[in-house]
Write a protein that binds this ligand. Sequence first.
Ligand code: ADP
Ligand code: MG
Length: 259
Amino acid sequence: MAKIFCIANQKGGVGKTTTTVNLAAGLARVGQRVLMVDMDPQGNATMGSGVDKRQLALTVYDVLLESASVQEASVASPCGYRVLGANRELAGAEVELVALEQREKRLKVALAAVDAEYDFVLVDCPPSLSMLTLNGLCSAHGVIVPMQCEYFALEGLSDLVNTIRQVHANLNADLQIIGLLRVMFDPRTTLQQQVSDQLQSHFGDKVFRTVIPRNVRLAEAPSYGLPGVVFDPAAKGSVAFVEFAQEMVERVRSMSGAP
Ligand code: ADP
Ligand code: MG
């Protein structure tokens, strides 16, 4: 049975895509069967997994509109996991889905067919609380929230928490916040340390033990079309993501099907 996680935060540039592709690569490295779903029309997670979004015959768009199955539309990446990719076409899905029945549950229904084939499905969400993000949240067992430890991060978090509460109450009773992941962390910055402490006292166990440092190798990797974990496994950011993958495997064991 696959565990499905959304990587979400309605802010742009907070590290969602970096987290998605590096967690996918990290989980693959520790022997997990992983499907990465790109729900952002920018297709950064697709390109960052070594899959050319312009060459894809089928994408998550076709899956949402039920003209292809996940099996048909996913491709093997050179990074040890499979990719259900996205490109600009996906931007149109927002409008096309509005007229359809069960429009928030399209991804959930499609993923049910590959449940036995993966241990983890990771969904990279766009920087909005749109129909695409909603499809991600409706399909998931949990949400991973990457965040930078800066002043406004806490403010943005309450909108996301409210959305997750609403989805939990109305659309997906399985949904929970699995955890907050501190990313692009610089321990020398006093403010970041303070916000990090605040997060821990506020959210306790919901803050992942692993901290992802700011690391230039993670930022360089996408220009080579690879996650940092594959591009430079020895870089400290990559090492942290493999540690995070192990922490996720532990969390899933402790979840053991409980809501
Ligand atoms: P999002 O998907 O939330 O928009 P991205 O994952 O694309 O965010 O990250 C935004 C930018 O920050 C990218 O240029 C990315 O390479 C960079 N970045 C992300 N995480 C790190 C990190 N830990 N260290 C350095 N740069 C990072
Ligand atoms: Mg992104």
